[in-house]
Structures are given as C-alpha cells and as structure tokens.
Ligand binder design. Sequence first.
Ligand SMILES: C[S@@+](CC[C@H](N)C(=O)[O-])C[C@H]1O[C@@H](n2cnc3c(N)ncnc32)[C@H](O)[C@@H]1O
Length: 295
Amino acid sequence: MTEPTYEQKLAAEAELWGRDAVEKAQAVPPDWRYHRHLRHNVIYHTADIDAFLEQVKPGMTALELGCGSGWLTLAMAQRGAAATGLDISEQALIVARTYYESIRESVSGSAAFDVADLNNVSLPANHYDVIAVKGTLHHLMNMAHVIDEMHKALKPGGLLWVSDSHGEETLSTTLVASGLMFVLPTVVSYRDKISGLIRFGTKAPSRIKASIEAEGLSPFEGAGREHDWLKLIEARFDIEQRIPAPAVTGYITHQVRLPDGVALPLLRALHMVDRLFVRAKVLRSTGLILYARKR
Ligand SMILES: C[S@@+](CC[C@H](N)C(=O)[O-])C[C@H]1O[C@@H](n2cnc3c(N)ncnc32)[C@H](O)[C@@H]1O
C-alpha cells in the first residue's frame, strides 16, 4: 500500500476534527460559558482558561490557531476582542460560524473563522495583541515555520498563550497513573486492564491514553512531538509564565466512570495532590501552559 500524500492526510485530519466538532456541538454549544462547567474542564482546565481570558481586553486583536469549533475564539470575542480563528477543518468552522451567528447580538467583540493550513500559513505582520494555541501544536509538522509566523504576527509586547503536551512521561508518573487507572472504575473494563498490564506493564496507561488521543486516527497525532516547541518559542519570545499541568488528573478525569457526586470530590483531591507532586518534581507532567511575550 502506498503512503498517503500530505494533502490526503490533511483532508483526513480536517474530516476527523469536523466530525468531532459536529458531535460535540450536538451535546453542548461551542461556547466557553457552557464548556467551563463540563466535568473535565471544572477539574482540569477552567481556572487556567479563565486566567488566560482575563488577559484579553476589549478592542484587542486576537488570533487562535487550530480553533476547531471555535469556542476559545468566540470567548475572546465575548471579551470584546476582534478575534479570528484558523483551522484546517471547514466543517468545524461551519459549526463555529453557525453558532456565532446565532448569538452575534450578545457578543461585544467580533469573531471570524477562516480555513488555513498552519504548516504553510502566512500571517499579517505586527497585527495581533494576543495569539492562542490550544492542543494544536503537537499536530503540526512545520513547527519552526508556525512559531516564526506567530512571532511575526504579534505586535511587539503581544501575548502568545500555548496549552499543549510537551516532553515524555516519567516512570513515576506512569506508575501512579497505572495504579489509579487499575483501581478506579474507568472506560476500560477490569478484564482489559489486566490484559493491558500483562502486555504493556506499567506503560499500560500511556498506551491507553495514546489510543484514546488517536481515537478516529488523526494522521498527524503526535507529528509535532518530534520538535521541541518550547525551545523554539524560548529562542524567540520572553517567557512570562510556565505552568505545568497536573501529571495524571487529566486522563483519569476523562476515563473515570463514577457519578458526579462521588467523582468530583475525588478528582478535586487528586488534582490538588497531583499539582503538589508535580511542583515537588515527584511526578512529571506532559501538559504545559505557556505565557510568552514578543520581544
Ligand atoms: C486537538 S484539536 C484542538 C481544537 C481546539 N483548539 C480545542 O482545544 O478544542 C486540534 C485542532 O487542530 C486542527 N489542525 C490540525 N492540523 C492542522 C493544520 N495543519 N492546519 C490547521 N489546523 C489544523 C484540527 O482541525 C483541530 O481542530
């Protein structure tokens, strides 16, 4: 079988995320005011994303790369920015535009959603006050190009906010995750957990996580992991803040199958302990939030 071309892979990527956006929007509108109350966000993302959004002020120009269904671009517009979201998936952008049109009257700023391939994107120079990239860098192949373009497109002093995975999991993190995944009721049955442990040993949770990330088989899943985006950004920007995510809470939250009444207090406690362990360098997180300024 011949290896698919870049264009074929990109079309598959666009289709996958388009489907994802349509399915998610059927359950919850692509709007941070609703998403912030979802269980995994309450436990894991809401405080960090609200803190980022605090930085977005009325009248700012803002850009999101890999906006998917557009909820973060829209949230920046809801804070009064002139916001643009770029993505490869026209279908995801239709979801974003349709929802935006339906609530446009209540949005104090503006939102526009355009198709672009970030690996080959050309952005306007010195144009944006804020650029946000969430969960997208690790799908990109031309990392240095994208980071150069983001640097070019920001005004001097402009803010780059990145939230993505970075680096490899350590053995201690894998062991703690294995233990928790094994004991707690999760999406994976106890039978499959036992066979997973036999096959992969302590690497079982990373394998399960990887297979969940690749659900629907993104052809670019992990493509960007070959490049160290943090190093590339550090070389061009002043780093203002580096916030490591908790090491294990994220995927335990996604996988645990317990009613909210039991899960929420349990996950909150886990999140607190996890963050302490990450700070003490007992566990290593692969999730990283970065605030950087253009010099
Ligand atoms: C993991 S999703 C994140 C979506 C959104 N940022 C979020 O957090 O909900 C990755 C997004 O990157 C987009 N993407 C992947 N490769 C791309 C490319 N080469 N150019 C533009 N967008 C791309 C996908 O279509 C998808 O919407």
